[in-house]
Design a protein. Structure first.
Ligand code: TYM
Length: 332
């Protein structure tokens, strides 16, 4: 297909912590399925990360790491535009503009804002509040068709669609209205310690979170300690959130169905099951870990990828921005 006819895919990950199995199964693992037939932009969203206080040296390191992880998870920089958000200034520019087309009431309803402001009561800054308008800018800058994300981003995505539609209504067609791509089987990986809550990068309890780069020993230990329930049967059910979450993870790595998994562990206890989930997950992530370690040795290469990505992204972003500026009435 000609480059210009390809549909556009955009997604982003915050370099705000060591990435989790949730980030992997809910988002990054799915990114590469678009590489061949779509024009894909995958961004390390550092502007978003500073809505929560970051240690500068760590933010810098994690920015490299997140880019390296994208590649370790199978994203070829020749086939995907991989870049860092703050390297393309139009994100901040359009972010501000969209702030002026996003309603206070809409932002007040965002559950992520409510959660994050409860967790960061000392630093409820304006950026945390307007975060979804910046995310809308990320998406709309590239005239994106499809946004692959986990279910926790659905509300933000709907806001991006509403803001785009509002802008288009005022000024005539300017932005493409994007669609989400939310994988039904892995859209919400749960905490291993509190399986009714999302697995989250910033969880202070390390046992609750599998990191993509955890060693096999760590993965095995965390699954061994995973919270289940007082029964013994491996069965998928809403009233068994711990076991169901482990089954979801096991299914993602083995390709087995829930029925096959139930049969495989029929008559066996949770101990055997947890061991098998740990093995499947640690083995499934081994190639990612190895490739990540290799890529992190070569900072100059990562910088070259960032630079090339930013230049490519800039070309697309500039086109949308000049349209936006003209429609709003800014003097060129
Ligand atoms: P972030 O950095 O929190 O998460 C990155 C991606 O991982 C998904 N995810 C999960 N999926 C399943 N189960 C989980 N437990 C889990 N935890 C995280 C998220 O849904 C996300 O897809 N606001 C975004 C970053 C962003 C963005 C964008 C995404 C900024 N601009 C534009 C798409 C398009 C965020 O905080 O993701």
């Amino acid at each position: 297909m000609a480059e210009n006819d390809k549909k556009i895919v955009f997604s982003g990950v915050q370099p705000s912590g060591n990435l989790t199995l949730g980030n992997y199964l809910g988002a990054i693992k799915n990114f590469s399925r678009f590489s061949e037939d779509y024009k894909t932009f995958y961004c390390v969203v550092d502007l978003h990360a500073i809505t929560v206080r970051q240690v500068p040296a760590e933010l810098r390191k994690r920015t490299y790491e997140t880019l390296a992880l994208y590649m370790a998870c199978g994203l070829d920089p020749e086939k995907n535009t991989l870049f860092v958000q703050s390297h393309v200034p139009q994100h901040a520019e359009l972010g501000w503009i969209l702030d002026c087309y996003t309603m206070f009431g809409e932002l007040s309803r965002m559950t992520q804002f409510k959660d994050k402001s409860a967790k960061n009561a000392q630093n409820i800054n304006a950026g945390l509040f307007t975060y979804p308008a910046l995310m809308a800018a990320d998406i709309l800058l590239y005239q994106t068709d499809i946004v692959p994300v986990g279910i926790d981003q659905k509300q933000h995505l709907e806001l991006a669609r509403d803001v785009a539609a509002r802008f288009n209504l005022i000024y005539s067609d300017t932005f493409k209205i994007p669609e989400g791509y939310i994988p039904t089987d892995t859209m919400k990986i749960m905490s291993l310690q509190e399986p009714t809550a999302k697995m989250s990068k910033s969880d202070p309890n390390e046992n609750a979170v599998i990191r993509i780069l955890d060693s096999k020993d760590d993965v095995m230990r965390k699954f061994k300690r995973a919270v289940t329930d007082s029964e013994t049967s491996v069965r998928y059910s809403e009233d068994k959130p711990g076991v169901s979450n482990l089954m979801t993870i096991y299914r993602a790595f083995t390709g087995k169905t829930f029925e096959e998994i139930e049969r495989e562990f029929d008559g066996k206890g949770y101990g055997d099951f947890k061991l098998a989930v740990g093995e499947a997950c640690a083995d499934g992530l081994k190639d990612v870990r190895d490739e990540f370690a290799r890529l992190m040795q070569d900072k100059a290469y990562l910088e070259a990828v960032m630079k090339k990505g930013a230049e490519e992204a800039y070309g697309y972003a500039r086109r949308t921005m000049s349209k936006v500026r003209r429609k709003i009435g800014f003097v060129n």
